[in-house]
Design a protein around this ligand. Structure first.
Ligand code: 3DD
Length: 423
């Protein structure tokens, strides 16, 4: 075990390392895809010589990714991508193992960016992002590092959206792999992961009964759909708000009531935003909410709930439970905000389960391998991972679950593209 020195990490409490190792052991036992990649590459070390700087929630699952990158030969420096999502015990364990770790729960804005800057002191050859804070920091504050960077990767939907916009404006200075767009990421992490972990966060912060409640999801994309599915399973009456007609139609055909937020605000008991957009719940929505309404966000950025508006109309507020602040309005109605409006699944719970992050992070690992192999040939744009990788990752996952599937015969393969036969 490398003896870390204070100059190569800053965590809340190094004495939490033993607890962190237990958490990581738990995650490793449930992440067979990443563990198979680690076993495959720990001897040949294809990432030797690479310096990977990551800015992604420091959780027990991320630790498994970090250990796998290091086992494949990379030197790794890391910061969290949200001030409230770092697990301090996991951060301590990684620091003690020699990862250049700069992350602790409850950072303020200055500490958040100070941590990112420290990870850039190591002059990365590749960046690994969740929400694009790191790549933006390089482009706008550390341009001198750009010539040494082969490329980067991006984990989340809104991060990819922003990087595509940056590339369209010709401002992106190195290639980025859109990990979020891999089917074995978005169709599992965003749906099943967000669905379960967001409800986990809500229940840990409130322990309310969801059955019979009006559960409003703002946004019916992959994340909103996952939240709606799990709330329905808990017996809630689910309402969805949307701006995209196709998503609203999908919700309707799923038996979910669709209405505007102006209407939903009057009847909702629990609200979760999953839109990636700002100002989804604002002053007049808070003003029409029922006494006891619970509001939270599971989008990457904390701009979906306009808490400045709520503070303006509240006469008082107090922390009533961990990750739960009670705001009282002038007529006595109380509104409860979870996790300060930040992503409730990671700030009030542990984020997505290991089993689903296993596939997201297998894609992250493969993105780093792709950059190491061919990054210098890629344009400064947003690139996709090869589609066949999804089948490989899903195949390893199925095998770990003891599930066999069929294969097409040669005759069937020929038939699939045979245009000489009619019906
Ligand atoms: N994210 C959710 N749970 C996570 C976990 N357990 N570890 C690390 C990151 C985690 C964030 C993901 O949803 C990421 O894929 C995203 O932001 O889209």
């Amino acid at each position: 075990m490398t003896t870390a020195t204070e100059t190569t990490y800053k965590v809340a409490d190094l004495s939490l390392a033993a607890e962190g190792r237990l958490l990581i052991d738990w995650a490793e036992s449930r992440m067979p895809v990443l563990m198979s990649l680690r076993e495959k590459f720990e001897k040949t070390k294809p990432l030797a010589g690479q310096r990977i700087t990551g800015c992604l929630h420091v959780t027990k699952e991320t630790a498994v990714l970090i250990r796998t990158l290091a086992a494949a030969g990379a030197e790794v420096a890391w910061s969290g991508c949200n001030p409230l999502s770092t697990n301090d015990a996991v951060a301590a364990a990684l620091a003690e193992e020699g990862i250049k770790m700069y992350a602790w729960y409850g950072q303020d804005t200055e500490e958040f960016y100070w941590s990112i800057d420290r990870t850039l002191d190591f002059k990365p050859t590749m960046t690994l992002d969740d929400g694009a804070d790191l790549i933006f920091r390089v482009h706008f504050h550390h341009q001198n590092l750009i010539p040494g960077i082969i490329g980067g990767s991006e984990e989340t939907t809104t991060g990819v959206h922003r990087l595509r916009a940056m590339a369209d404006d010709g401002k992106l200075k190195y290639p980025v792999i859109a990990v979020n767009d891999a089917e074995t990421k978005w169709d599992f992490d965003n749906v099943y992961g967000t669905g379960q972990s967001s409800l986990d966060g809500i229940l840990r912060a409130t322990s309310v009964l969801l059955a019979g409640k009006n559960f409003v999801t703002a946004g019916y994309g992959h994340c909103g759909r996952g939240c709606a599915m799990r709330a329905k399973g808990m017996g809630a009456h689910v309402i969805a708000t949307e701006v995209r007609a196709t998503a609203a139609l999908k919700a309707t055909l799923e038996g979910i009531q669709v209405m505007t937020m102006d209407e939903a605000a009057k009847v909702g008991d629990v609200f979760i935003t999953a839109t990636g957009m700002k100002d989804i719940i604002v002053k007049h929505h808070f003003e029409s909410m029922k006494d006891g309404a619970i509001v939270c966000n599971t989008g990457h950025y904390d701009c979906e709930l306009n808490l400045a508006d709520l503070k303006e109309i509240a006469v008082s507020h107090r922390k009533i439970r961990d990750n739960c602040v009670e705001y009282t309005l002038s007529d006595g109605r109380r509104i409860y905000v979870l996790a300060e409006g930040r992503l409730v699944n990671l700030a009030a719970a542990e984020g997505h389960p290991s089993e689903v992050m296993d596939m997201s992070f297998a894609n992250q690992f493969q993105a780093m391998m792709m950059l190491a192999k061919q990054g210098s040939e890629l344009s400064s744009a947003v690139h996709e991972l090869p589609a066949e990788l999804d089948q490989e990752i899903a195949g390893i996952k199925l095998a770990s679950m003891g599930i066999d599937i069929d294969t097409l015969t040669q005759e069937q393969i020929t038939y699939a593209t045979d245009y000489s036969q009619g019906t």
